[in-house]
Design a binder for this molecule. Structure first.
Ligand code: AMP
Ligand code: MG
Length: 322
């Protein structure tokens, strides 16, 4: 394992600079639009930020790696046909904060670098992971991963509201690293916790009750012997917290309202390598590795359990017993 991540590596350098730029734009949109939206329960800031960030990152990718595809959540057809008044103009205005001359046609084109087709080599992007957290002003992440031959080679998370703004980047075989989103200090290496005693485990779960199963979560905590209440957090920021050793165990249980829900690649690819390169372990609820070979939806897996490694078997055992 290298002593430092190779920032001169073209893909690493791209991910760092593209995510820094995207995070800045996300923060501007959150500050300018979200408070008003919260008051009227209007979801448009999320929509505007999703499209604007995907356009910005699609453009960055086109310039850096014109051959590469992007597998991402949004498509321009949705933006073209949205019934929400003025959304297109707001998206262009937002993109223009980073790319002053951007036009609507270009924005559509950049967004559609994100096809839904996975190739031999592609980038997986969630422009705003944790949209509910974004609206509340809590945690959210811009999540970008490079997948080559069905394996995540690079995973990067920008978490503007985590510890003053964090950029986390993991490269296969090179460890997991964190830097401030702004500022010029270097990267520090992240390492999962050494905690082995389940009674002391700090558990992470989604803030949104509808993204997990609360009753089953309680049963699991009892059966594993966890004492503390789970920490609630939106987005793959949870994966960064686990990688940094400030959490020990993480569950994505299936909601009783949507038991057939299957995870999306852009919600898992970056975060999974972040955890593994920090020395942790991530599987589905049955203990199977996450299979990134099947397209945007992880049809071969159910839910997610991630840990510092030490507590993984105890978690899987408890899951089997229920
Ligand atoms: P979290 O921030 O942990 O709540 O996870 C956010 C992600 O959950 C979003 O990016 C969605 O893709 C995903 N999601 C949406 N619906 C569900 C669901 N019913 N169960 C689990 N995850 C979901
Ligand atoms: Mg997401």
């Amino acid at each position: 394992m290298g002593a430092m991540i190779d920032l001169d590596h073209p893909e690493v350098g791209f991910a760092v600079s593209a995510l820094k730029e995207a995070a800045q734009l996300a923060q501007k949109i959150q500050q300018e639009m979200a408070p008003a939206a919260l008051a009227k329960e209007d979801k448009s800031p999320v929509t505007v930020a999703d499209f604007a960030l995907q356009a910005l990152l699609g453009r960055s990718l086109e310039m850096a790696f014109p051959e590469d595809t992007l597998v991402a959540e949004e498509d321009s057809a949705t933006l073209r046909s949205t019934q929400q008044q003025g959304i297109q103009d707001q998206v262009v205005e937002s993109v223009a904060k980073s790319v002053p001359e951007a036009t609507l046609e270009e924005v559509y084109q950049w967004i559609d670098r994100g096809g839904k087709e996975s190739a031999h080599r592609f980038w997986a992007l969630d422009p705003i992971d944790g949209t509910k957290g974004f609206l509340r002003g809590d945690q959210y992440a811009v999540a970008l991963a490079l997948v080559v031959k069905n394996k995540v080679q690079l995973g990067a998370l920008a978490c503007p509201n985590l510890e003053g703004g964090s950029l986390i980047i993991a490269a296969r075989g090179q460890g997991c690293w964190r830097a401030h989103l702004t500022g010029t200090e270097g990267f520090e290496k992240l390492r999962v916790s050494e905690r082995e005693n389940p009674a002391q485990a700090r558990v992470l779960r989604s803030f949104e009750a509808g993204h997990t199963n609360l009753e089953r979560m309680d049963e699991l905590m009892q059966s594993i012997g966890v004492r503390a209440e789970p920490v609630l957090m939106d987005s793959q920021a949870k994966y960064a917290v686990l990688a940094a050793g400030t959490g020990d165990l993480l569950f994505r249980l299936l909601s009783p309202a949507s038991p057939d829900y299957r995870e999306k690649i852009w919600d898992q690819a970056a975060g999974s390598l972040v955890i593994e390169e920090a020395g942790g372990r991530i599987t589905d609820l049955d203990g199977k590795r996450l299979d990134f070979s099947v397209g945007p939806i992880l049809t071969q897996n159910r839910g997610v359990v991630a840990s510092n490694g030490h507590l993984h078997e105890a978690a899987l055992k408890a899951l089997r017993a229920h």
